[in-house]
Ligand binder design. Structure first.
Ligand SMILES: NC(=O)c1ccc[n+]([C@@H]2O[C@H](COP(=O)([O-])OP(=O)(O)OC[C@H]3O[C@@H](n4cnc5c(N)ncnc54)[C@H](O)[C@@H]3O)[C@@H](O)[C@H]2O)c1
Ligand SMILES: [Fe+2]
Length: 401
């Protein structure tokens, strides 16, 4: 019997695994970006560069590093969109798309966390195909290619640098919309530990838990397949071994470099084996109360694992082993429960709150109902191993509050 997975049967008669993004990893890769671009035949002639970033990333000096990388080269930086809002915004992406067309950008560099990378992706879609973000909501709604995107992640969570997904907040409707399309895979992901050296400890913890959630949800979703499963388990082990050290010490450390790999691997997994109820709840709380995506996931994660346990005990037992729980031959259910306890303990050691009330979310019945209703509409819920009627989802949300 397989030591980690227990050699489970295949759960799907057919599956697709796609991870087309080229990945470059190493300290200083961003400073040498133009060399990397010149080595790629499909990118070498694309000289009109638009850079997306946000105020925090720019203030950390990372925009300077990118601009410096292009200085004195034949490339022209035709636009710098450096005020991407947190968790993005449907109106903002439309304006950014207009700027891409007006400046005739032929290459997009997204420097930031998920908010920046997703904004760049959706702006590129609108620039190429018109309309607005809502027109492309759901799966396979983007009709064709977009301007090639170079993703430089500066957090250790979303993995948007290698995914087919983008999430944008529709502030007018107070909800988040998810767009998934193979045309959203970035062309190149540059994982440079210098880019996460300045990430504040709290954000290492929150985004690290986003990556852990991606891996656990991908590993236990209804569309799980073995290549994603392998990536998910490796990511869980990397996170268990490195998240705390990455929080404790800033700089381009080995622990932070490994967290970059973990986030990217977990994202390759969930791009092919989608996330579930944790993300559905986290999106809903995030849209209603502006809670950071990773923090929102971290809070919901153990509650959803308890909810799902009866359906996926063997999967969670494997998760527990990857988290470092000793298997002394206990039942899958006991191992799964130990895995959930280990997740809670890791959260506590990383300073992540246990419930939403600790970050200011009200606990009244109307709030629980509003979150549950949004959760039921979220596309991610359809991939969760337990479906749940409205009453069950409502009770789950109430426990997390
Ligand atoms: N596309 C996907 O596949 C996918 C997956 C999961 C989440 N998401 C989305 O990603 C968004 C969240 O992204 P995130 O968690 O990466 O956070 P973020 O991009 O919102 O960044 C959080 C904060 O960290 C700051 N920051 C980022 N990097 C920094 C650095 N190196 N130094 C100093 N400050 C830095 C930013 O300025 C910002 O204030 C949400 O909108 C979420 O829905 C997308
Ligand atoms: Fe996520």
């Amino acid at each position: 019997m397989g030591f980690i997975t227990g050699n489970p049967p295949l759960t799907r008669p057919d599956a697709t695994f796609a991870a087309p993004t080229e990945i470059k990893h190493g300290i200083g890769k961003v400073s040498n970006l133009t060399i990397e671009l010149q080595l790629a035949p499909d990118l070498a002639e694309r000289m009109r560069v638009a850079i997306f970033t946000d105020a925090g990333v720019a203030a950390a000096g990372l925009l300077d590093v990118v601009q410096q990388a292009f200085a004195g080269s034949d490339y022209a930086i035709v636009a710098v969109i450096d005020d991407v809002p947190p968790e993005s915004d449907a109106e903002f992406v439309k304006q950014a798309a207009a700027k891409l067309n007006e400046r005739e950008a032929s290459l997009i560099v997204a420097l930031g966390g998920g908010s920046v990378m997703d904004t760049a992706k959706i702006a590129a879609v609108i620039a190429a195909h018109g309309g607005e973000a809502g027109d492309y909501e759901g799966g396979f709604m983007v009709p064709g290619p977009i301007t090639p995107l170079i993703a430089i992640p500066t957090t250790v969570g979303t993995g948007s640098e290698v995914t087919l997904a983008a999430v944008v907040k529709d502030n007018a409707r107070r909800r988040k919309l998810t767009i998934a399309s193979p045309f959203l895979f970035p062309r190149l992901a540059v994982l440079d530990p210098n880019m996460v050296a300045t990430l504040p400890a709290k954000l290492v913890a929150w985004t690290g838990f986003d990556a852990l959630t991606h891996a656990i949800e991908a590993y236990s979703c209804v569309e799980r397949e073995p290549i994603s499963a392998a990536l998910a388990l490796a990511a869980i082990e990397l996170i268990a071994d490195n998240l705390e050290a990455a929080i404790q010490e800033a700089g381009p450390t080995e622990a932070r470099a490994k967290m970059q790999y973990a986030a990217t691997m977990a994202a390759m997994a969930f791009s092919n084996s989608p996330v579930g109820a944790v993300h559905a709840i986290a999106h809903s709380v995030g849209a209603l109360f502006g809670i950071h995506h990773g923090l929102s996931n971290a809070i919901a994660l153990p509650f959803v694992m308890e909810f799902n346990l009866p359906a996926v005990a063997a999967h969670y037992a494997a998760v527990a082993r990857a988290l470092g729980v000793t298997d002394a031959g206990q039942s899958a259910e006991a191992m799964a429960a130990a895995g959930i306890a280990a997740t809670r303990a890791l959260k506590q050691r990383c300073g992540v709150p246990a419930q939403y009330r600790e970050v200011g979310v009200p606990t009244d019945a109307d709030t629980a109902a509003a979150i549950a209703d949004l959760t039921l509409e979220d596309i991610c819920l359809s991939f969760n191993p337990v479906k749940g009627e409205r009453e069950e989802i409502l009770a789950l949300v109430a426990r997390a509050l």
